[in-house]
Design a protein around this ligand. Structure first.
Ligand SMILES: [Zn+2]
Length: 234
């Protein structure tokens, strides 16, 4: 699993490299991750001019639009968990697992507190799920996550046999559901899973931006990189 290896100094957490895996996340890694929130203006979903975080209905897959309220309801719960993460000083990425129409597990990013770069929201939610249900029930379970799963999580989700993934904003740096690699649908030993993005995308981006601004203000040597004011337009 090359993508788990650390290519420091200066590399990204998920870059292929020849060095050994580490379980720490350095400030440099943190900044790499946060950068993607900072550059989201340039992603594939154009600026709408709206200052109010909302849904881009025209960008959503018809499959999602069929039952939009239901999907928004579950994504709203993931966003609320991400708000908790932000309040606790953690990168605001979070998810919920839905089985038989109910949220049965939650997870938030825990890499900063634990200094363990593998403690992503999806892993924590799956661990919680497996403490209550047999692994086979993941095949009947959907994931709602505020940010597109990274390559590591996308692969784990596939191996676990998740039924479907819904996410908020894309992850241009590490995304494993199509942004960098399409781990969910590429040929592989395990069956792939469908993945739909864009549900409360702007809210997900704004959470990351709020964290980014907060971190930059708290940093002993703030990075000199352009405008750090919160941009409400995404
Ligand atoms: Zn991940």
């Amino acid at each position: 699993m090359d993508f788990l290896q650390d290519s420091s100094p200066g590399g990204s957490l998920f870059s292929p490299s020849t060095t050994t895996i580490t379980n720490t996340i350095t400030p440099r890694h943190l900044n790499d991750f946060l950068d993607f929130a900072d550059v989201s203006d340039s992603d594939d979903m154009a600026t709408t001019g709206s200052a109010v975080p909302t849904n881009d209905k025209d960008k959503l897959d018809p499959e999602v639009l069929k039952d939009l309220e239901r999907h928004q309801g579950f994504m709203r719960q993931a966003i609320e968990v991400a708000e908790e993460a932000l309040a606790g000083g953690e990168t605001p990425v979070a998810c919920v697992l839905v089985l038989d129409g109910e949220v049965v597990a939650r997870g938030m990013n825990d890499t900063n507190r634990s200094l363990n770069g593998t403690r992503h929201a999806e892993f924590l939610a799956i661990a919680q799920f497996l403490s209550k249900f047999p692994i086979t029930r993941l095949k009947e379970t959907d994931l709602y996550v505020t940010v597109e799963p990274c390559i590591m999580c996308a692969s784990a989700l596939r191996q676990y046999g998740i039924r479907c993934v819904y996410y908020g904003c894309g992850n241009d740096r590490f995304g494993g559901n199509g942004s960098v690699l399409a781990v969910h649908s590429d040929k592989g030993l395990e069956e792939g899973y469908p993945s739909y993005g864009g549900i409360f995308r702007k809210d997900a981006i704004m959470l990351l931006r709020r964290f980014y601004i907060q971190e930059n203000e708290n940093a002993p040597n703030p990075r000199a990189k352009g405008n750090r004011e919160l941009k409400p337009v995404v």
